[in-house]
Design a protein around this ligand. Sequence first.
Ligand code: DC
Length: 655
Amino acid sequence: MSTAYLDLPQLVGARGTLRLPGSKSISNRVLLLAALASGETELHDLLVADDTARMLDALRALGVGVEPLGDTVFRVTGVGGVFPVRAADLFLGNAGTAFRPLTAVLALAGGDYRLSGVPRMHERPIGDLVDGLRQLGADIRYLGEAGFPPLAISPPMPGRGEEGRAVVVRGDVSSQFLSGLLMALPLRGVETTVEVVGELISKPYVEITLATMARFGVQIQRDGWRRFTVAAGSTYRSPGVLHVEGDASSASYFLALGAIGGGPLRVEGVGRDSMQGDVRFADALALMGARITCGANWLEASAPDAGSLQGIDLDCNHIPDAAMTLASVALFAEGPTSLRNIASWRVKETDRIAAMATELRKLGARVDVGEDFIRVSPPLAGRALQPAVIDTYDDHRIAMCFSVAALGTPLRINDPQTVAKTFPDYFARFAEVTQAVPVIAIDGTSASGKGTIASRVAEALGWHYLDSGALYRLTALAAARADVGWDDEAGVAAIAAGLDVEFAGTAIRLSGEDVGDAIRNEKISAGASRVAALPGVRAALLFRQRAFRRPPGLVADGRDMGSVVFPDSSTKVFLTATVEMRARRRHKQLIDKGIAASITDLLLDLRERDERDSQRSVAPMQQSTDAELLDTTNLTIEIAVAKVLDWVNKVPKKG
Ligand code: DC
């Protein structure tokens, strides 16, 4: 089952060291070449994720021996250029790095194959590659729309194209067409030249292809980026043991975190000696003012020595994937950032130009786009990034890019499991190298003094204060005003989701009107208790409550603050007092307000409420096991506050 969303708290910093997962681009290339080669290859540090799983499945279906030797170590028994299985139906998900090269290789392999993917894969163009392969006699049919997967492949027609020595391919839609062709050509056995028409995009990925082919013994002669020749008799030979570099595109999120969040943040697995073009992302960050250092096998980013990051204008053709991360960094830079020459974004996992623009705007960024560029400006001076719910379009990179924005705002990422495409444990690793805004959660029995103590603790620390009960009260009031019954779960949940509230000092405004007193009367108190028992209402208020978590810290008071809303609270406190003392306090409060009250009635009322609250099936009141218990029966407010502050100071700092 997929997780519907992940809420990221706002972060106050990022630092640490992280070992990267294997490079997707290199992993899928070495798997394919190890399969085609003669001899056994032991692949180390391979990426284990959806995209490589698709390639592994396909290779196994084609009869290739693939044996796991460890978590990221595989032994591939090469087939020497001829797949044992001559007919197969391959499902390749949304893995472009599996689909394109397998199309090329199978088209020249002499069997009957069917290649398909997820619906989005069937919207990603492949016509230029098919046209190129047809020039070599390949028999490929479109099973859906012409120019797009799914495809049916039959053995090349005898006589046709057998003597073809040259093939022309477009280079300006996806470099994977050229990469796929190049990797397949040694299967022909004859000398073949590929000529690229149009400006070749994403050249560094072609470099990875050439370097990987060289590791398997096939040297390509080239004339710049225009012509590539594979010599007659070229065959792949296993290099024996091969180590895969860490993923440079995945590195970009962590380098960005270090550059924005202070750092130093170090990634291990890619460095100065990397064959991946996306390491140049570090140069782009340096241009923005980040401090970058590197070694042969590591990169490290920190915030600028002085001042903030600066917007840049950059041709991103050489770092198409990592450039997406620059769009997120732009949220934290001074001035606009223009990322140009990125038309390929439109044919990736989703139309990334459109998707990035839509989601960046939700955070308050100002964004302009064209066919092949995006320009991102941070919110106007003095404005913070806004909490937002980010959609991810089944695109791993959108999910990872936006996680970086948590350095400026709390946010919700929908369908976060999409990161499994290339980085299954991304968010766990992210949590290890980031520090969230701290939270103190204060709960307690009715009239235990939690509201007063919580707000005083917030004041003493200069932190924000969330009176979560007020949100349930506001919901009850807004529902009553809209004539929605307090038991109408869907109706009240919709009201809760759309509440227009503002907490300004001690004033609480609902749609602009001060309702500080109106939400405290007996009728609304009863309504609050009713609506708070509806799971749909609690769910609707969850992100709204989390959005209060802003630097430098938050003191949150109410039921479930330390368990559900902020389970990672750095300090959790549960306040209590004898029921007699609580009745006396409540009595004094009422008398001070000029309201007649009887201690006996109040005692009865509090006992009933304690019972009801602790029996409630939804968010019952109970002291969580990790909360500090504070009995305030014999304590003044000042002493109780001092005690809480004492606990806060004892919390060890992370990172
Ligand atoms: O703390 P209070 O009395 O203002 O809370 C109003 C109502 O909302 C009360 O019935 C308890 C409920 N509540 C809750 O269920 N969860 C919270 N986090 C806060 C309050």
